[in-house]
Design a protein. Sequence first.
Length: 170
Amino acid sequence: MSVQRARIADAIAEVPGIHFSELVRRLDLAPGQVQYHVTRLRRRDDVLEERLYGRTHYYPPSFDEWERGAVALLRRETARDVVTYLLAEGPAGPAAVAEDLDLARSTVEWHVGRLAERGLVEKRRDERNRVTLVPARPADTVRLLAAVEPSLPDRLVDRFARLVDSLLAD
């Protein structure tokens, strides 16, 4: 394996779920160079690529489908906040999560929809059809949370979305 390919594979192992532009910034390489080497790594199954929610993420081959989806979502600050809230506070309704995190209810619903789709959160309904959000795989989620920190660009996008939501809610 070439030196550059090894650097790229190491960066992906260090930051699972990293997306292409972050990989380029982190390694200070030309985008075409990264693209070439990632393609070679993918052909050899040394790296997995997955397109989720508008971004292409890269993972070490040891990550299964659930972990790949979970990491992609946990890299988003708002989704991460919702999950950590549920892990810390226990089951809660979407309105309580939105209020306690100071988020628009629509923002919480959007993220919860994706979290439920990927099996991180379950929506349970009671006899009156009220929804309660429950962490689906708490031990696995905590393990992944320890390995994932949203990048600065991810946090900026999430904060901009929160700002727009708060302006539209008023």
